[in-house]
Write a protein that binds this ligand. Structure first.
Ligand code: GDG
Length: 467
């Protein structure tokens, strides 16, 4: 039995259910959605017959159902809820604020009202679905008010919450007009998990400053109860990805991709949701200058940029897409030739098999976010490189940089520094590459996603027992 689940069943509460509709609504088919969280929690839920509560991704009013081995309890969201709670408060207020204002947060009172209303709905559905003494694991920044709402209704539950994105420094957080209410929402939990130690420290400072609580190390005293705050860096299913990258068909596909690109000496790769936090423009600028200055010359060097469509109804994302596509067009206009693009820009998503083949093709992987909670792409690249080749250029403003110290670490705002790191990464010796890659692989295989889930749930069990 997994740690943390011995006292009762496990209930996961996340914005989205772990399945998505296939076909039309009358065909009633569901398939597991891709993603690290689902991979991490599926085995734990399977073992304990747990439940997952979340929005179904459709506007249907659904009853609880089972699919793909999950017990699922849908929460319904209207178009107005989606616009105000999800696209508004979650993605246009909290997302930019928590990512160090790399985008401009919009503070809209109507969005806050919707955030409170929808969090209350998640809490009500969860309170009704949980068996006595169940363990509830709430996920992410969309549901920060759920812990306190749930504790009020069901003080018997043990409640954990994990933040997948950063928690900002005091002065940035303090701009939020509802800063006290959000902290008070979180303080309803028994355990609050963050990606990095710095995020946990930022939260503790905000809790002291805005909710006047007393903290001792990682423990917060709240209403005669102790709440623990800690870092639980998320990871990937490294073994599964390594296996996928070792199949003959992936190896063949990687060879084919290289041939399709014209057998360049250096393939550079970026894989990101098209999001302003990911530093895509800064990366393109560095690459463009390396071409302008003749340090890299197509067709010997080529950049493949996968930009997965994301949040396309939010205005800031529409603007970013226009900008990125403008810069890609300029670089190709200046440096491409017929049949030889300098940047292969792919604005769509691909199956996992294709992603693994792309990682195997990339000599230099560019992960350059301005701010990122963890960044799983960096870890996926490392997990795929069983050949111990390739180089990772990694922003120091990602959670992953705390663990992957053998990457070429960069400050993405420093274009010259980024260019220098790309030059060094492209020219390192095979022996040096293997040394760095081996060390990074050790880390990613030791601290995989199963370790992450077990560690969090184990800590939650311990805190709740001490109550
Ligand atoms: C948030 C935090 C934190 C991307 N394109 C395709 C595809 N992907 C997959 C990647 C990776 C995932 O999406 C993206 O994960 P990241 O961690 O890079 O970034 P976010 O989406 O911003 O995730 C982040 C994470 O939560 C977990 O806590 O690390 O900091 O922001 O797995 O491979 N997958 C497929 N096709 C694509 O085209 N199959």
């Amino acid at each position: 039995m997994a740690p943390g689940t011995s006292g009762g069943s496990l209930v996961v509460v996340a914005n989205r259910l772990p399945v998505e509709r296939v076909g039309g609504r009358h065909e009633a088919g569901w398939r597991t959605s891709p993603g690290g969280l689902v991979t991490a929690l599926a085995p734990v839920l399977e073992r304990n017959g747990g439940t997952w509560i979340g929005w179904s991704g459709t506007d249907e009013r659904l009853q609880p159902f089972s699919a793909e081995g999950f017990n699922l309890v849908p929460v319904s969201l209207s178009h107005a809820d989606l616009a105000d709670y999800y696209e508004g408060f979650s993605n246009a207020t909290l997302w930019p604020l928590y990512h160090d204002v790399t985008g401009r947060p919009v503070f809209e009172r109507r969005w806050w009202d919707a955030y409170v209303r929808v969090n209350q709905r998640f809490a009500d559905v969860t309170a009704a679905a949980c068996a006595g003494g169940a363990t509830v694991w709430v996920q992410d920044y969309q549901l920060q008010l759920v812990p306190a709402m749930l504790r009020r209704a069901r003080p018997d539950l043990r409640i954990g919450w994990f933040n997948h994105i950063p928690f900002p420094g005091y002065e940035i957080y303090s701009r939020l007009p509802w800063r006290r209410q959000v902290i008070e929402g979180l303080l309803g939990a028994d355990l609050l998990g963050f990606q990095r130690r710095d995020d946990a420290a930022n939260f503790l400072r905000a809790a002291r400053g805005h909710a006047a609580v007393v903290t001792r190390g990682s423990v917060v005293e709240v209403g005669g109860r102790q709440l623990r705050v800690g870092a639980f860096p998320i990871s990937i299913d490294a073994r599964a990805l390594d296996e996928l990258a070792s199949t003959q068909s992936t190896l063949d596909r990687a060879r084919q991709l290289r041939a399709d690109l014209g057998h360049p000496r250096v393939v550079l790769l970026g894989v990101d949701r098209l999001d302003y936090t990911k530093g895509i423009l800064h990366r393109l600028r560095a690459y463009g200058e390396l071409l302008d200055e003749g340090d890299l010359k197509p067709p010997e060097a080529v950049l493949v940029q996968v930009a997965t469509p994301s949040r396309e109804r939010v205005e800031e994302y529409q603007r970013l897409r226009d900008e990125v596509e403008g810069v890609v067009g300029r670089i190709n206009g200046d440096h491409g030739r017929v049949g030889q693009a300098a940047v292969h820009y792919l604005h769509r998503s691909f199956p996992r098999e294709e992603m693994a083949a792309l990682y195997l093709t990339a000599d230099v992987m560019l992960v350059t976010p301005l701010r990122d909670g963890m960044n799983l792409v960096a870890k996926e690249y490392v997990a795929c490189r069983h050949d111990e080749r390739g180089a990772l250029v990694l922003s120091e403003f990602t959670g992953a940089a705390d663990e992957l110290r053998q990457a070429f670490l960069i400050n993405p705002w420093d274009i010259d520094g980024t260019k220098e790191a790309i030059r060094r990464a492209a020219h390192q010796s095979p022996a040096a590459a293997a040394r760095r890659m081996r060390a990074m692989r050790r880390r990613v295989f030791e601290d995989d996603v199963h370790h992450w889930a077990a560690t969090f749930l184990g800590a939650l069990e311990m805190v709740a027992e001490g109550r």
